[in-house]
Design a protein around this ligand. Structure first.
Ligand code: DAK
Length: 201
């Protein structure tokens, strides 16, 4: 498979899963989504694991679904692509251990949806969130229309989805999309995520 697109390490009972496609800002293509599904399914059998942290390699968390793969899809192909996303995200959402998204930069479109399928979101001060799909004449296709209103309320979710407005980590925290905002470095982010994982355990 394409396991190089995911990195996995363990720090004691904490698992750290890194989306590793930094040259495309970790954009989610179907191979990466399948890989994520397989890895999460494998992790689910690890009885030592108590908490999982999901983050992105490089400067972005995930800049969305892979636009280059999506742009030429027929309707049935688009449906199939959407299912790759749902399968992977639902596997993460139903994992028995708490999952923390450590958002290290852009979390847009499918990236914001990925973060919302986690239990808790921690972000660096420089991170940006948004559902910019309408700019591409599509709607959030991997759970955003359902998970965003649960976190921020229907009115705010509709505003963000209709306008495609990108928001700062601070604003994301104000509206309940993010639990905690850290300093700007990956070190500060991972320290905060691990410290929360430790408290949970
Ligand atoms: N897909 C593919 N490649 C991407 C990408 C993406 N989403 N985002 C970035 N990249 C690539 C860029 O093309 C560039 O590649 P090279 O040109 O170097 O080859 C590289 O990553 C670095 O990006 P930039 O040069 O653009 O970096 P900047 O820092 O200048 O800009 C940015 C960062 C995040 C503002 C910009 O990259 C950007 O606007 N990215 C696209 C954001 C976006 O629109 N994301 C998609 C949202 S739509 C559905 C299923 C799923 C979905 C919807 C429906 N169904 C089946 C119904 C989900 C949809 C979405 O996620």
């Amino acid at each position: 498979g394409f396991f190089f697109m995911l990195l996995y390490e363990k720090a004691g009972n904490i698992g750290i899963l890194t989306i590793n496609r930094p040259e495309a800002l970790n954009a989610l293509n179907s191979a990466l989504l399948d890989c994520l599904y397989e890895k999460v399914t494998e992790i689910a059998h690890d009885t030592e694991l108590r908490c999982l942290i999901v983050t992105g390699a490089g400067k972005a968390f995930v800049a969305g679904a892979d636009i280059s793969e999506m742009k030429d899809l027929s309707r049935p192909e688009a449906f199939a692509f959407g299912m790759h996303g749902h399968k992977a995200f639902c596997a993460l959402e139903t994992l028995a251990v708490p999952v923390i998204a450590a958002v290290n930069g852009y979390a847009l479109g499918g990236g914001c949806e990925l973060a919302m399928a986690r239990d808790i979101r921690i972000a660096t001060g420089r991170s940006k969130f948004g559902q910019p799909e309408t700019n591409l004449s599509i709607i959030p296709g991997a759970g955003g229309t359902q998970r965003l209103p649960r976190l921020v309320g229907v009115g705010r979710a509709k505003e963000l989805i209709y306008t495609g407005r990108i928001i700062s980590a601070e604003e994301a925290k104000e509206i309940g999309l993010v639990n905690q905002v850290t300093g700007d470095t990956r070190e500060e982010l991972m320290k905060a995520a691990k410290s929360m994982a430790q408290k949970i355990m």
